[in-house]
Write a protein that binds this ligand. Structure first.
Ligand code: SF4
Length: 216
């Protein structure tokens, strides 16, 4: 893993090369409130963005609050979210999430990681996305791009996105937390792509552990 000085240098260079958080940046699923952000995040598990968007549109045409959601029967929810797959499991999660939200928080989504993680169906990635995008907290949410980039460069050394998120939080300088997610995701889509990273055009290749490998 890179040293803390090297981690800081990576962020400095990514900040110079990538646009970062732009005005009005929307969460990955572009939902207007915390409740819909949580649900859309749950629906996005193992689903392509376009299928998640389809499922969200259909579901939120029927219900946009936990009360309205619980008034639907399982078959209605499952039919609406069918495009995003795993719809029976996701229907159960949505129902459990809405019940817990009403019972524990009066239907209001909590704005802490602890509170979010205690809700059924909400994992670290969803919690961090909601914290960052809906509540504007300085949190680096880790999706597949961020996870890949961090572990290639050596910012982290983790097999799962959750571990990456934890290590990033421990190792990133405070000033990088607000825009870090955006620099890393933009970099992962434009330069350090999944199949064919553009190492020849990379601003951090001299620091990158993957690049230093004989096969890198
Ligand atoms: S050198 Fe290659 S693998 Fe390393 S961060 Fe840059 S693009 Fe990714």
């Amino acid at each position: 893993m890179l040293t803390r000085e090297e981690v800081e240098e990576v962020y400095r260079r990514l900040a110079a090369a990538m646009p970062g958080r732009t005005r009005g940046a929307k969460g990955p699923k572009g939902q207007p409130d915390a409740f819909r952000s949580c649900i859309s995040c749950m629906l996005s598990a193992q689903s392509l963005d376009r299928n998640t968007a389809k499922a969200c549109r259909a579901l939120f045409a029927l219900a946009t609050t936990p009360e309205e959601m619980l008034a639907l029967d399982d078959a209605e929810i499952a039919a609406a979210i069918r495009p995003c797959g795993l719809y029976n499991m996701k229907t159960r999660n949505i129902r459990a999430f809405c019940s817990a939200l009403l019972e524990r928080h009066g239907g209001v989504v909590p704005d802490t990681r602890e509170g979010l993680l205690a809700l059924p169906g909400i994992g670290r990635k969803c919690a961090d996305i909601v914290l960052s995008f809906t509540f504007g907290k300085d949190v680096i949410a880790v999706d597949t791009h961020v996870h890949r980039v961090c572990n290639r460069i050596g910012l982290t050394e983790a097999k799962t996105a959750d571990r990456t998120a934890q290590q990033l939080e421990d190792r990133s300088p405070a000033w990088s937390l607000r825009d870090g997610h955006f620099w890393l995701i933009q970099f992962g889509k434009r330069v350090c792509t999944a199949r064919a990273p553009r190492c020849g055009q990379c601003p951090v290749s001299d620091l990158c552990e993957y690049y230093a490998l004989p096969s890198g």
